[in-house]
Design a protein around this ligand. Structure first.
Ligand SMILES: Nc1ncnc2c1ncn2[C@@H]1O[C@H](COP(=O)(O)OP(=O)(O)OP(=O)(O)O)[C@@H](O)[C@H]1O
Length: 656
C-alpha cells in the first residue's frame, strides 16, 4: 500500500493538523454548510506521484498559472527565458486542464449524477441532519478529481481536500503567497502525514470517525478511490458493505474515458501544440493517435502524458518518436502492408507498439477478461493467405481469434485455476448446442486433471488455463466465425463461482462428520459418501439429535426441497478475482480440489480433532443444538422427517 499523506486545499488561512481539527470543523463550525471535504485514497502510487509532480509545477510561482496568461512586461530577459523553458516543459495535463464541464472528457450522465448529488447534499440538506458521505470510484486518470473540482467551482462550493502523496516541507514557505493568488481555487501544500495508514492497520478507527461524522458532520465528505486489480480489497477493507449501509454512503462509479472522447481531446491538444510548437513538436497522425488511445486503457492522464513524451523532439538534431516511427514504417512498408492484410498479426503488432508508446499496464479486470473468452470474437482470414484444414477436418475449421487466450489470463493477474473456476461457472450460458457444450465440458475436465494430480501439476499446471480457455472457445461452434447469425453477442450476466460456498460447506461438513461420528474411525470423505448415506436408509437408533440432523442433511439428498441452483452472486466489472485475505471465500482457495483438503485433514486428525471439537463442534454426547451455522438444526430435520415419513428413534444410553 502506498504511503498516504495529505495535501490540503482550504479556504481558510489557518493551517491545522489533519483529522481532529478538520473534523472539529464539522462538529463545531456551523458556518460552513456549503463546504465540501474530499479525501483521495488513491492506491496507485505511480499515478499519484505523477500527479504530485504536476501539481508541484502548477504551484511553482515561476510558472505561468494557466494557458494564455501573458508574462509580466517588467520581467527580465533571464526570467523570460526561464519561463519559456518551464512553459515548454509544463506537463500538458496541466496546461490543458479542463476548466468547464463541457471540456471534461467524462460522460455527461456521470457529470450530472455527481452534480445532482452535490446539489442535494450541499444545498438542499438540512445541516442539522448530519453529514453525508459519497465514494467516487473508477480507474486511474478517468477524470474523477477533475470532474469534482470543476463542479464545486461552478456551484460555488468551497472545497477542502486531502490527497496523497508526500509534499515536501520546504514548500511550506510558499503558502502565504498561494492564498493571495487571484484564483478562487486555492491549493495549500501541507506537511506529509501518515494518518490514513492507521486506517489500513485498523479500519475500525475510520469507521468510528465515519459514524461520528454521519451524526455530527455539517457538510458532505467525499472519498475518491482509484480502482485497481488489487485495490478493490482496500476499498472493501476501509468501506465494507456493513459500514456503507450503516452510514448510508452513496456510490458513484466512473468508467474509463471512452476512446472517441479521448481521441477528441488528444487531437485538439496535438493541433494546438503543432501550431505553437515552433518546430520542436512533431505531432502524431490520426492512426498513431488511435493507437495511443487504445494503449491507455481509458486513462486520460496517461494518454496526454504519452502524447507529450512521444511528440517532443528535444533538440534540432533529434527526431521525435513519431517521426522515427514514420521512418521505420516506410522502410518496412512492404512487410507492414502484408501484416495489415492479415488481421491477427496486425493486432499483435499494435499491442507491442502501444506498450512502447504509453507503457500503460494493460491489465484486464476479470469481468472483461472472462468476456473476451466467452464472447470469443473472431475475424475472418483472407481466403488465399490463410491455410485451411483438409476437408475431413472441416468441422473443426474456425475463424481467427481476436485475442490470445493465454495473454488474457495473464493480464487478468489471476492464477490459471482460479480463472478456470470463473470460466466453469459461466461458460454454459454461452452455448446453444448440447454437443458443443459436451465438448467444452470435456476440455474443462482435462484442464482440471492437469491441476489436480500433484505428480504432474508442476509441469502441466500452466497448460490448464490454456486448455480450458481454448477448449471453451473452440467448442462453441455458434461463435466459431466472424459472422455467426446464431452466435449473437447479446449480453449475458456473469456470476461468481459457487465453488467457494460449496467448498466452505464441504469443509464444515467434514469437521462435523469427524466430530459426530468419531467412534466409526473413518475419514470424513468415507463417512459422508458411504457410511452416512447407508445409515440414512436404516431406521437404526441414533445417539442424539445432532447426529440425526446431520444424517438427514448429508446422508440423504434432499432433492425435493432444495432442487435447483443456489442463488448466484453477480460478477461486476469492478470485481477482482484476486485471492484476498479479507474475503472469507477466496481466502480459502488454494487451487486444491476438495479431496486434497480432505487428505490434509486426515493427516492432522489426531492433533486437531480435539481442539476443533472443543472450539465449536458439538460433542457426540451432547444434545447437538450447537451445530455449525450451515447445518440444519434438529428442528429442521424434524420437518424433513415428518414430510418424508421417516422415523428414526432416539437412542437413550441409560436403557442399555
Ligand atoms: N478533457 C479532460 N478531461 C478530464 N481530465 C483532463 C482533460 N484534459 C486534461 N485532463 C487532465 O487529466 C487528469 C485527469 O486526472 P484526474 O485526477 O481527474 O483523474 P482521477 O480519475 O481522479 O485519477 P486518480 O484516480 O488517479 O486520482 C487531470 O490532471 C486533468 O487536468
Amino acid at each position: 500500500m502506498s504511503k498516504t499523506s495529505l495535501r490540503r486545499k482550504v479556504a481558510s488561512t489557518k493551517i491545522t493538523n489533519w483529522v481532529e481539527p478538520s473534523f472539529d470543523d464539522f462538529v463545531g463550525n456551523t458556518d460552513i454548510s456549503s463546504a465540501l471535504t474530499t479525501a483521495s485514497l488513491g492506491v496507485n502510487n505511480f499515478h499519484q506521484r505523477r500527479k504530485d509532480f504536476s501539481s508541484t509545477l502548477e504551484n511553482n510561482k515561476l510558472l505561468p498559472k494557466k494557458k494564455g496568461k501573458s508574462s509580466s512586461s517588467k520581467q527580465s530577459s533571464v526570467e523570460a527565458n526561464l519561463n519559456e523553458n518551464l512553459t515548454e516543459n509544463e506537463p500538458w495535463v496541466d496546461k490543458y486542464k479542463p476548466e468547464t464541464q463541457n471540456e471534461l472528457a467524462v460522460h455527461k450522465k456521470k457529470i450530472e449524477e455527481l452534480e445532482t448529488w452535490l446539489k442535494a447534499h450541499v444545498f438542499e440538506k438540512e445541516p442539522k441532519l448530519g453529514g453525508s458521505i459519497l465514494i467516487i470510484t473508477g480507474p486511474p486518470g478517468c477524470g474523477k478529481t477533475a470532474t469534482l473540482q470543476i463542479l464545486v467551482k461552478e456551484l460555488g462550493i468551497t472545497l477542502q481536500e486531502w490527497i496523497n502523496p508526500v509534499f515536501l516541507d520546504s514548500r511550506r514557505h510558499d503558502m502565504k503567497d498561494e492564498f493571495n493568488h487571484e484564483s478562487s481555487f486555492h491549493v495549500v501544500p501541507n506537511q506529509s502525514q501518515d494518518m490514513p495508514n492507521q486506517f489500513y492497520r485498523d479500519p475500525s478507527t475510520l469507521h468510528e470517525i465515519l459514524r461520528r461524522f454521519v451524526q455530527l458532520g455539517r457538510c458532505p465528505l467525499i472519498f475518491i478511490i482509484s480502482d485497481s486489480l488489487s485495490g478493490d480489497s482496500n476499498q472493501r477493507l476501509l468501506f465494507p458493505k456493513e459500514i456503507q449501509e450503516e452510514c448510508s454512503i452513496s456510490n458513484i462509479s466512473f468508467n474509463p474515458v471512452a476512446p472517441t472522447i479521448m481521441m477528441k481531446v488528444l487531437s485538439r491538444i496535438a493541433v494546438l501544440e503543432a501550431n505553437m510548437g515552433g518546430g520542436k513538436i512533431v505531432v502524431p497522425d490520426k492512426s498513431s493517435l488511435e493507437l495511443l488511445c487504445k494503449g491507455c486503457s481509458g486513462d486520460i492522464r496517461s494518454a496526454i502524458n504519452s502524447l507529450q513524451f512521444s511528440s517532443f523532439k528535444g533538440n534540432s538534431t533529434e527526431t521525435s518518436f513519431w517521426s522515427r516511427k514514420k521512418g521505420m514504417s516506410s522502410l518496412k512498408s512492404d512487410a507492414l502492408l502484408k501484416a495489415k492484410q492479415k488481421k491477427r498479426p496486425d493486432t499483435i503488432l499494435e499491442n507491442q507498439e502501444i506498450q512502447a508508446i504509453g507503457g500503460k499496464d494493460a491489465s484486464l479486470f476479470l469481468f472483461r477478461a472472462l468476456g473476451k473468452i466467452l464472447y470469443c470474437k473472431r475475424t475472418s482470414p483472407m481466403e488465399l493467405e490463410f491455410p485451411r484444414l483438409p476437408s475431413h477436418l472441416s468441422e473443426y475449421e474456425r475463424d481467427i481469434l481476436l485475442v490470445e487466450p493465454e495473454e488474457v489470463v495473464e493480464k487478468s493477474h489471476m492464477p490459471g485455476e482460479l480463472f478456470n473456476l470463473y470460466l466453469h461457472q459461466n461458460y454454459v450460458d454461452f452455448f446453444t448446442e448440447i454437443e458443443d457444450l459436451e465438448r467444452a465440458s470435456e476440455y474443462m475436465s482435462v484442464a482440471d486433471i492437469f491441476r489436480g494430480d500433484w505428480n504432474s501439476r508442476t509441469i502441466l499446471g500452466e497448460y490448464s488455463a490454456s486448455v480450458a480457455t481454448r477448449g471453451v472457445m473452440h467448442s462453441n461452434k455458434s461463435r466459431g466465425f466472424a459472422y455467426c447469425p446464431g452466435g449473437g453477442a447479446s449480453f449475458r450476466p456473469l456470476h461468481k463461482p459457487q465453488w467457494f460456498l460449496i467448498n466452505r460447506k464441504y469443509r464444515e461438513n467434514c469437521l462435523a462428520a469427524k466430530s459426530l461420528f468419531s467412534s466409526f474411525c473413518l475419514p470424513p470423505l468415507c463417512l459422508q459418501t458411504q457410511l452416512l448415506p447407508y445409515l440414512a436408509m436404516l431406521t437404526n437408533p441414533m445417539r442424539n439429535q445432532a447426529q440425526i440432523a446431520f444424517i438427514q442433511d448429508v446422508g440423504r439428498f434432499p432433492l425435493r426441497r432444495f432442487f435447483g441452483r443456489l442463488k448466484m452472486e453477480a460478477l461486476t466489472d469492478k470485481d477482482s478475482g484476486m485471492i484476498d485475505s479479507a474475503s472469507d471465500d477466496e481466502a480459502n482457495f488454494h487451487g486444491v480440489p476438495p479431496t486434497k483438503t480432505l487428505m490434509h485433514m486426515d493427516k492432522i486428525k489426531t492433533s486437531e480433532t480435539d481442539i476443533e471439537a472443543s472450539l465449536f463442534l458439538p460433542s457426540s454426547q451432547t444434545s447437538g443444538t450447537d451445530l455449525p451455522a450451515s447445518q440444519p438444526q434438529p428442528a429442521t430435520a424434524q420437518g424433513f422427517m415428518e414430510e418424508e415419513k421417516i422415523t428414526i428413534e432416539e437412542y437413550d444410553s441409560d436403557e442399555m
